[in-house]
Design a protein around this ligand. Structure first.
Ligand code: ZN
Ligand code: ZN
Ligand code: ZN
Length: 394
């Protein structure tokens, strides 16, 4: 089912391709094809972004040279790659064929040809993160085609994790927990260091604990913690500070697909003021109740509401300024979102964060975050490190 070779110069000057097992990818391709039929999509086009590694075990380089997996609903998938990147591709003959193009070839034309004879009226779903320069050029090449976003096909599938994906998320979560434990036991120095230095330290520890990539490491101290997505800066952490740390990275499986971690813990350098300790007790109660509420069939928005009701009853409702959570997998933020308006019921295999927060402008901020998987046996938290507002010496 696979045609190997290059667009311009078949066979010659190619590096020997590495060959990989089909892994979970054949099964995913079957699921994708079924969803394409259901959603009336003729061809799926995936470029940069997480859909491609999830479906084919290959991550496109975010470059001006096009990489695109062309998946016809009833034909063989083809991965179009720049020739110089072909050696990076782990070929999976049961999953896709490879077409490497040379520097003077037109990859947009090549993709249009692969879309096939019905191209003029094809219903195409293109990866949400595909660069506009390629989408615009493809639209010019395929003027009669109808376009939609690939996430309408892949999003609902990616939201239902396979057992192997849950184990990959668990491994990433355990590694993040180990870093959080180092923070809580005082092994990560805080006083006298800048937020940026502590952020770099957290990142290095994520790598040391088995991640291949650091995605973010928010360190927000004192009043900076009132900004949920604070950019760690040159503020020097001092005794008495509350320090909010929210960090995560990507850990790759043997199949070459990366899965994300994401955890938030707050520590206090010295005993926190009672106002902060009291607010944290409410936050902890809200987070725990929301995790417990995350049972199969419960609406995503109800999980949000459980946390919000507790925080609102304590008088902090207007200080909980974001949704309760987001799905997580090959992307840090993906379906399902734990937010008002998402009435979708939790299904077995949904993996998502539960991360309420309370923010008092210009003074302090608190957030507590775990990743949780919905299972028939109830919510399965992937982060179990101490949930308390741990006091550290410095
Ligand atoms: Zn987070
Ligand atoms: Zn998160
Ligand atoms: Zn707890």
């Amino acid at each position: 089912m696979v045609s190997h070779g290059t667009a311009s110069d078949p066979g010659s000057a190619r590096e020997p391709a590495r060959s990989g097992a089909a892994g979970p990818f054949e099964h995913r391709m079957d699921r994708v094809r079924a969803a394409m039929v259901e959603r009336e999509v003729d061809v799926l086009l995936l470029s940069v972004g997480p859909d491609l590694p999830w479906l084919a075990g290959y991550e496109a380089m975010p470059l001006e040279r096009l990489t695109m997996l062309v998946v016809p609903v009833d034909g063989d998938p083809t991965l179009v790659v720049p020739r110089l990147e072909a050696p990076r591709v782990v070929e999976r003959p049961g999953v896709f064929g490879l077409r490497a193009f040379g520097e003077t070839d037109d990859p947009v034309r090549l993709v249009a040809e692969l879309v096939g004879s019905g191209a003029s009226t094809a219903r195409l779903a293109v990866g949400d993160r595909t660069w506009a320069r390629f989408v615009v050029d493809l639209q010019a090449e395929l003027p009669g085609a109808r376009w939609s976003r690939a996430s309408t096909v892949t999003g609902p599938l990616r939201a239902l994790k396979e057992p192997g994906e849950i184990e990959a998320l668990r491994a990433a979560g355990e590694a993040a927990d180990r870093v959080a434990a180092q923070l809580q036991c005082g092994e990560i120095g805080l006083v006298g260091r800048t937020e940026a230095e502590v952020s770099a330290d957290l990142g290095a520890r994520l790598l040391a604990e088995g991640h291949q990539r650091v995605n973010f490491a928010i360190v927000a101290s004192g009043p900076n913690a009132a900004s949920p997505h604070h950019e760690p800066g040159d503020r020097v952490i001092a005794p008495g500070d509350l320090v909010l740390c929210d960090f995560g990275g990507t850990m790759f499986t043997a199949d070459g697909v990366g899965y994300c971690s994401d955890i938030t813990r707050c520590v206090s350098v010295g005993e926190p003021p009672s106002e902060v300790a009291d607010a944290y007790a409410i936050l902890h109660e809200a987070q725990e109740a929301a995790v417990e509420a995350a049972t199969l069939g419960t609406a995503c928005e109800e999980v949000d509401a459980v946390a919000r009701r507790i925080i609102t009853a304590a008088g902090f409702g207007d200080r909980f300024i974001h949704r309760t959570g987001h799905g997580i997998g090959v992307e840090e933020h993906e379906d399902p979102y734990i937010v008002v308006g998402n009435a979708a019921p939790l299904e077995a295999g949904n993996a998502f964060s539960v991360e309420p927060g309370i923010y008092t402008e210009r003074r302090w901020g608190l957030r507590l975050e775990d990743i949780v998987v919905a299972t028939p046996d109830g919510p399965d938290p992937l982060n179990t490190v101490d949930h308390a507002l741990v006091v550290v010496d410095g």
